[in-house]
Design a protein around this ligand. Structure first.
Ligand code: EPU
Length: 427
C-alpha cells in the first residue's frame, strides 16, 4: 500500500489551483439518472470517489464519455446519459465503499418508480443513519421496505409532492429530496433544508435541467415537479474544503498560498477562522491569498451546518491549532466520532484532550515527524498538515482516504515548496 512521506518544516509559498468540489460532484452525478438526455459536467475532480460513482452509474445503465482536458482547464469533462434500461439496484459492494451511493435513491425512484439500494452501514466518523432520506421519500408517497441489508423503495404510480420537514439539517437527505421532488407530481416543500453551497450547486444544475425550484440558499426549498427533465451542461463549483485545507497549510508552515479559483462566498466561516487565528487574507479577482503573520492564535470553534464552521474542516484546524500560542477549544456537533486523528497527532507531539464532543487543544511550540495512520479523509489531511509543519520525517499510511478527496495532492504541495512524495509499501 502506498504512503506519503514528508520532510517538514518548510514554509510553503505560491499558487495552488483549487479543484472541483468532491461533495458537489457526488450529488451532481446522480442527476444524470433524472433524464434520458445527456448531462455534461465540467470541472470534475480526478478522485477515487468520482470514479467509484461513475462505476455505480454504469451499473445502472448510464453511458459515460470523457472529453480531453482543455487548455487552461484542470477538471475533467464528462457526459452521462441514462437512456439504457438497467435494474435500478445499487449493490452492497459499491455502497459500502462509498456512502454517497445513497444519492441514487431519490433519482431512481422518481424516474423509474422503484429503487433498491444497499444500506450503507457505519463508517469511521460515526453511525451515519439514512432515516431522514427514507422519511423524505415516504413524504413523497414511496413505500419503503428494509430486507437483507437493502432498502427497497417503490412508487408504482410515481412520486407525489408533499411537505418534507427535517428535524435537523442533513446535506444528503436534502439532496435526495430535491432530486426526487424535481420529478414528483405537484409541489414539494422542503423545510429545514441544508444550505451548504453544494446544495446551491445542485439546485442550479437541476434548474438548468428544467426543474422549477424556489428558495435557493434558504432553508425552505419549494419544488414544482415536472413530468420530465432535459439534458444540460453544468460546471462543478470549486472545492471549499480543499481550499480551506490549503489555507491551513499556509498558516501551519508560516507561509503564503494563493488559492486559485477558491470562492469567498462559500468560505466565510473558514476564512473568519483563519483571520481570527492571525492569518492575512487578500482577495484577488479569481483567488484568495492566505499569509501567515506572527504565528497562530488560539481559537474557540464549534462545527455546525452552513453557514457556520464546517465539520469537514475540524481536523485540519485542529492540526493548525496544535501549534497555537495558547489553548483552543473545538466542539464537533455533527458527527459523534470525528476525533480519530487526535491520537495520531499526539504521536507527533500535539497536546490534545478529548472530552466528549469537545477537544481542548493546548498549543505546543513544535511538532515532530512520525509514522502515522489515517482513518478517514479529513483526518488524513490533518496528518499531512502536521507533517508539513513538523521537524523531520512524517510517513502517512493508508492514503487511499486522501485519494478519495484531494486531487493531485503531492503535485500541488510540491509545486509550492513542500518536500513530499508518494512511495510504495506500508511503513
Ligand atoms: N443523519 C441522520 N440521518 C440521516 C442523515 C444524516 O441521523 O438520514 C445525521 C448524520 O449521521 C450526521 C448529521 O445527520 O450526524 C449530518 O449528516 P449529513 O446528512 O448532513 O451528512 P452527509 O450528507 O452524509 C455530507 C458530506 C460530508 C459532510 C457532511 C456534513 C457528501 C458526500 N458528504 O455528508 O462530507 O461531512 O455532509 O457537512 O456530501 C467529507 O467530505 O469528508 C465528508 C464526510
Amino acid at each position: 500500500m502506498d504512503r506519503i512521506v514528508i520532510e517538514g518544516g518548510k514554509p510553503l509559498s505560491g499558487r495552488i489551483p483549487i479543484s472541483g468540489a468532491k461533495n458537489a460532484a457526488l450529488t451532481l452525478l446522480p442527476c444524470a439518472l433524472l433524464t434520458d438526455e445527456p448531462l455534461t459536467l465540467r470541472n470534475l475532480p480526478r478522485l477515487a470517489d468520482i470514479d467509484g460513482f461513475g462505476h455505480l452509474l454504469t451499473q445502472l445503465g448510464v453511458s459515460i464519455t470523457v472529453e480531453g482536458v482543455r487548455r487552461g482547464e484542470f477538471g475533467r469533462v464528462m457526459t452521462f446519459r441514462a437512456d439504457n434500461d438497467a435494474e435500478p439496484v445499487a449493490p452492497y459492494d459499491i455502497v459500502r465503499k462509498m456512502r454517497a451511493s445513497i444519492l441514487v435513491l431519490g433519482p431512481l425512484l422518481a424516474r423509474f418508480g422503484q429503487a433498491t439500494v444497499s444500506l450503507p452501514g457505519g463508517c469511521a466518523i460515526g453511525n451515519r443513519p439514512i432515516d431522514l432520506h427514507l422519511k423524505a421519500m415516504q413524504a413523497l408517497g414511496a413505500e419503503i421496505e428494509l430486507a437483507s441489508g437493502y432498502v427497497k423503495a417503490t412508487a408504482p404510480n410515481g412520486l407525489t409532492g408533499g411537505t418534507i420537514s427535517f428535524p435537523f439539517v442533513s446535506v444528503g437527505a436534502t439532496e435526495n429530496a430535491l432530486m426526487a421532488a424535481a420529478l414528483a407530481k405537484g409541489t414539494t416543500v422542503i423545510e429545514n433544508a441544508a444550505r451548504e453551497p453544494e446544495i446551491t450547486d445542485l439546485v442550479q444544475c437541476l434548474i438548468a435541467m428544467g426543474a422549477e425550484i424556489e428558495g435557493m440558499k434558504t432553508d425552505t426549498l419549494t419544488v414544482h415537479g415536472k413530468d420530465r427533465l432535459h439534458g444540460a451542461t453544468h460546471a462543478v463549483m470549486p472545492d471549499r474544503i480543499e481550499a480551506g485545507s490549503y489555507a491551513c497549510a499556509a498558516m501551519i508552515t508560516g507561509g503564503s498560498l494563493e488559492l486559485v479559483g477558491a470562492r469567498e462566498d462559500t468560505m466565510h466561516a473558514i476564512l473568519a477562522g483563519i483571520a481570527d487565528a492571525g492569518g492575512l487574507i487578500e482577495f484577488g479577482k479569481n483567488s484568495i491569498k492566505v499569509t501567515a503573520d506572527k504565528g497562530i492564535k488560539p481559537l474557540s470553534i464549534s462545527t455546525a451546518p452552513f453557514p457556520a464552521f464546517p465539520t469537514d474542516m475540524q481536523a485540519q484546524f485542529m492540526s493548525m491549532l496544535a501549534l497555537a500560542s495558547g489553548t483552543s477549544l473545538l466542539t464537533e456537533t455533527i458527527f459523534e466520532n470525528r476525533y480519530m486523528h487526535v491520537p495520531e497527532l499526539a504521536r507527533m507531539g500535539a497536546d490534545i484532550e478529548v472530552r466528549g464532543r469537545a477537544a481542548v487543544v493546548r498549543g505546543v511550540p513544535g511538532l515532530v515527524g512520525a509514522p502515522v495512520m489515517a482513518t478517514d479523509l479529513r483526518a488524513s489531511m490533518s496528518l499531512i498538515l502536521a507533517g508539513l509543519a513538523a521537524k523531520g520525517t512524517t510517513e502517512v499510511n493508508r492514503i487511499y482516504h486522501l485519494d478519495r478527496g484531494y486531487e493531485r495532492l503531492e503535485e500541488k504541495l510540491s509545486a509550492v515548496g513542500a518536500t513530499i512524495a508518494r512511495v510504495g509499501g506500508e511503513g
